[in-house]
Design a protein around this ligand. Structure first.
Ligand code: BGC
Length: 359
């Protein structure tokens, strides 16, 4: 009996020792699959949120996450992605600084057999991008155009109304979709003379704001006001593709003679960033587009899970997003209209922001 007990004690001690060793091993190398997340910049609110949600949701799904921000610098993003490849990430999730500049580094990813998900922005000119998760970019522009159409009652009003047009960064494939979506709604009114682009600057290249910089937008708006509106011509509406550009436009108007609630022009936007929601409340911006980054993160995690489990990857568009080398299978989330009338329900009641954040 004694010997049996001794043996039992020894077996239990040995088993405990083994489990301690095993646990020790686990903490050194979690054994979890690693996912690389490369975001373009921390300077705009939305990418901080995108990064944070992706990390949280991927970790919840059992992955280890390497999250990097590239400071809007292509070289930095390329070297961060190189490190993710070297450290054997299973999947890369990338929101490109410049959609055209990742061809070489992604060739390395492909050689290592690492699938790549283009996040929000399509990665161009490479067959190494496997999937694309984004919001319906053309629809974003359509919603902005239709907002202007209805705010000015363009179907019925005689006009003419004066408009200036801004577009996003030319190195971001999304920017042309936003522009085209809005322009397709507005161009019949421009052609009919109901909407007048007083500066005459209306093609994408002329109106584009590199890197979506608020300051560049402010300078362009300053120049337009000085050159075309200094002698009493009223600016009625500004098509802005996103919120950072809308901030620049509003700053320029703030420094001129326009007054919110009186002659302030209609200004569109996108992202529902906090400073812009404050501007909407203050009457300095008319609308924005809510792209719930929680939804996009969920969709992206679903893609990662399917890739890792070798299951069918969820997509709902296999035609629209041609990156020159291939049509990239895409999941499109739905963008939602936001303004002064629905922001409470859309952003606060849904838990996206607290009331205090918008004060
Ligand atoms: C995104 C927009 C964002 C812009 C500037 C675009 O690619 O789709 O939501 O406002 O980049 O960061």
């Amino acid at each position: 009996m004694k010997t049996i007990r001794k043996i039992l004690v020894l077996v239990i001690a040995f088993a405990s020792l083994m489990s301690i060793l095993a646990l020790g091993g686990c903490s050194k190398d979690s054994g979890k699959k690693k996912i690389g997340v490369s975001m373009p910049t921390q300077s705009l609110q939305r990418w901080n949120q995108d990064g944070a949600y992706l990390k949280e949701k991927l970790e919840k799904a059992g992955y280890e996450v390497e999250l990097q921000y590239a400071n809007n610098d292509v070289t930095q993003q390329v070297s961060q992605i190189e490190n993710m490849i070297t450290s054997k990430c299973e999947v890369l999730i990338i929101a490109a600084v410049d959609g055209d500049s990742l061809v070489n580094v992604l060739a390395d990813a492909k050689e290592e057999g690492i699938p790549v998900i283009a996040y929000d922005r399509l990665i161009m000119k490479t067959d190494a991008v496997s999937y694309y998760a984004t919001f319906d970019n053309y629809m974003v522009g359509t919603i902005q155009g239709e907002f202007i159409e209805s705010a000015l009652d363009l179907k019925n009003a005689a006009g003419p109304f004066n408009i200036e047009v801004f577009a996003g960064s030319p190195d971001d494939n999304n920017a042309r979709f936003f522009y085209q979506g809005a322009y397709d709604v507005l161009s019949p009114y421009i052609d009919a003379g109901k909407l007048v682009v007083v500066s005459g600057q209306k093609d994408f290249e002329t109106c584009a704001i590199p890197a979506w910089e608020a300051e560049t937008a402010q300078n362009r708006m300053d120049d337009l006001l000085t050159a075309h509106y200094a002698t009493g011509t009223q600016l009625d509406v500004v098509l802005s593709p996103n919120d950072s550009i809308a901030i620049g436009i509003a700053n320029a108007l703030d420094n001129s003679d326009y007054t919110p609630g009186e002659d302030w022009p209609i200004i569109t936007g996108q992202d529902c960033d906090i400073p812009n929601m404050k501007n909407i409340i203050a009457g300095k911006q008319s609308m924005s587009i809510f792209k719930d980054t929680r939804t996009l993160a969920d969709q992206t995690v679903a893609m990662v899970n399917a890739i890792v489990d070798k299951k069918e990857v969820p997509v709902n568009d296999t035609e629209t997003y041609d990156n020159v080398i291939k049509v990239v299978p895409t999941f499109l989330c739905e963008p939602v209209f936001g303004d002064i009338n629905n922001y409470q329900e859309l952003l606060i009641d849904s838990g996206y922001y607290t009331e205090d954040q918008l004060k």
